[in-house]
Design a protein around this ligand. Sequence first.
Ligand code: GLN
Length: 203
Amino acid sequence: DPVIGVLALQGDVREHLGALAESDAVARPIRRPEELDAVDALVIPGGESTTMSNLAITFGLLEPIRKRIAGGLPVYGSCAGMIMLAGTVLDGRPDQESFAGIDMTVRRNAFGRQVDSFEADVQIEDIPGDDFHAVFIRAPWVEEVGDDVQVMGRVTSGPAAGRIVAVRQGNLLATAFHPELTGDLRVHRYFVELVRRAADDAR
Ligand code: GLN
């Protein structure tokens, strides 16, 4: 089974470790650059992207993660993790850094002006079955994507209907919501499958 690290600086690390372990992956928390060298893929959890950015710099992980992304490392980010994968962040703090990788513009706390958290149905392309019952917590949405980015999911109803909340670019996957919190393993299983394929292609 592929070894998948969860960036363990801050955020809902435990929930992602659990979801990965249930999705036929070997899951490990990652805090140091040496630990990053030993994984086939990485998950960036939900949490607070400004704090994650600070800690990534402090722990010497910003550049190593950028380099591995440039080298094709599969990465999945949820919520703050989506922000960390965005090329451009709106409503961020001026000193906030991201790992980048996905050619998209996200807006932080985009839904959260009226309500901090809410649930909505989301349809995800390439993942069969019912719509996702998605949980959003001070979530970003995606305002713009480049030509190489596949829009995988949009909110299907309510005031935010039509907003882009799931994207993929090559080996990089991001959702604005938190499948790790709802016990729906389909996004994690989809990611583990992506990691397996990437490993086979590299062989
Ligand atoms: N608002 C947070 C941020 O800007 C993201 C919230 C979350 O990950 N649940 O990073």
